[in-house]
Design a protein around this ligand. Structure first.
Ligand code: HSE
Length: 439
């Protein structure tokens, strides 16, 4: 791609993101050309879902992804097919052919990014992935460039639009989980397999990517603790509310003397927190740097146009870099020249947190005393208790604990569930870890 020529793009996949990207390039053509001083031209599309009205003026359209990765008329390959296998082959082939790649595929980056960045490095080309995390929010740029002067202490975010949409509708309109999920699918928010959204896998992919950039560690998706929202009940939402909290599905990454934590799970969040007011498909990421303090980034976390906005921003970045005559990518890989392998990732059993426990118990005198003594045996102290009127044989006892190491809590839960007075499984939800912090 020479400095004066147009930028030639090949798009693989015309689903929500690929279709949105093509549509954005067409509808905002004048603005983009004015910003770049040259045109971004789509020369090739490979898709199994043809959209003839969008592709009428494109010289090459077909179904063969590898043909696109080999096409000399393509400078930048845009990968929006999703998944890890075919997408890996396509991206690897394009990089090996000396093409830059823009991908929205968080699973691919989180699970196989270490391999792909190594190929990109060897070839001196860019693998850009802004749209893979939090769709329209430029959080990759913020972490990698805007906060580059800081040591990042921790970050916490609502990073799955579908999940947040479901939790918001359940809390505000008392809607049923399955019904809201269907709407999220119709709106183009959900993954092809929506289990990725509701079981936290999608958020874990995104957290893995952000933690790598924030702490300079390799991508380690398999070490990210992942818990979904499907076990959260309307009762939990209402008890949390009584205690002054809302429940949000958060991705949390933090660094301590013990190591790095990477965890995705439902979280009790104080209602006055900025993150607590992020509703619907909105995403937000709170990042704490050792010099700047807490900063927050908010915007739409899913949907065709929001994601396409970030895909096209990456295309513009690469084109500008080329125009400046850079022979190597300005931001290689995850933005660290030397990846830190010395920071270990903590297992979830080793984290320290406060917890919400909902314990189904028989309605008898002395039950609370028994529960307290089990907790005391593990040195777990109680911050607050709610005990409701019995609705049937069983009465829910809701407890907020002070800080405890998770493995001690595991033992306490096992001991509680073994009591005759406890009638079922105990629900545990972790409480936000950033007490006392701004925002
Ligand atoms: N399914 C994802 C979400 C799409 O709901 O956040 C954006 O990554």
């Amino acid at each position: 791609m020479s400095a004066s020529e147009n930028i030639r793009i090949g798009i693989c996949g015309l689903g929500t993101v690929g279709g949105g990207t093509l549509e954005l390039l067409q509808s905002n053509r004048d603005e983009i050309t004015a910003r770049l001083g040259k045109e971004v031209v789509v020369t090739h599309v490979a898709t199994r879902t043809p959209k003839p009205d969008l592709t009428a003026e494109i010289p090459a359209t077909g179904t063969d992804l590898l043909a696109l990765a080999n096409d000399p008329q393509v400078d930048i390959v845009v990968e929006t097919i999703g998944g890890c296998e075919l997408a890996f082959d396509l991206v690897a082939a394009a990089l090996k052919n000396g093409k830059h790649v823009v991908t929205a595929n968080k699973a691919l980056i989180a699970e196989r990014g270490n391999e792909l960045f190594a190929i990109a490095d060897e070839q001196g080309v860019t693998l850009a992935f802004e749209s893979s995390v939090a769709a329209g929010i430029p959080i990759i740029k913020a972490l990698r460039e805007g906060l580059a002067a800081n040591e990042i202490d921790w970050l916490a975010g609502i990073i799955n639009g579908t999940g947040n949409f479901i939790m918001t509708e359940m809390a505000e309109k008392q809607r049923q989980f399955a019904d809201v999920l269907k709407e999220a699918q119709a709106l183009g928010y959900a993954e092809a397999d929506p289990t990725f959204d509701v079981e936290g896998i999608d958020a874990a992919h995104k957290l893995t990517i952000m933690a790598s950039i924030a702490f300079g560690i390799p991508l380690q998706f398999s070490k990210t603790y992942t818990e979904g929202i499907s076990h959260i009940t309307p009762e939990d939402i209402s008890y949390a509310d009584e205690l002054g909290y809302c429940i949000k599905h958060l991705g949390i990454a933090q660094r301590s003397d013990k190591g790095v934590e990477m965890r995705v799970h439902p979280t009790l969040l104080g209602k006055s927190r900025l993150l607590a007011s992020v509703n619907g498909v909105g995403n937000a990421v709170l990042v704490s740097g050792n010099k700047v303090g807490s900063t927050m980034y908010y915007g739409p976390g899913a949907g065709a146009e929001a994601t396409a906005s970030a895909v096209v921003a990456d295309i513009i970045d690469i084109a500008r870099q080329q125009a400046a005559g850079a022979s190597q990518p300005v931001y290689p890989g995850l933005g660290y020249r030397n990846t830190r392998n010395d920071l270990s990732v903590l297992a979830i059993e080793d984290i320290t947190a406060e917890y919400y426990l909902r314990i189904p118990a028989v309605d008898k005198v002395g039950v609370m005393a028994k529960i307290s003594s089990v907790l005391q045996a593990q040195s777990i102290s109680i911050e607050a208790v709610i005990q409701k009127e019995p609705t049937s044989e069983s009465v829910p006892i809701v407890i907020l604990t002070h800080s405890v190491v998770e493995k001690n809590l595991d033992q306490a839960i096992a001991a509680l569930e073994a009591l005759d007075e406890v009638t079922g499984k105990i629900t545990r939800i972790r409480v936000e870890p950033f007490h006392g912090e701004a925002a």
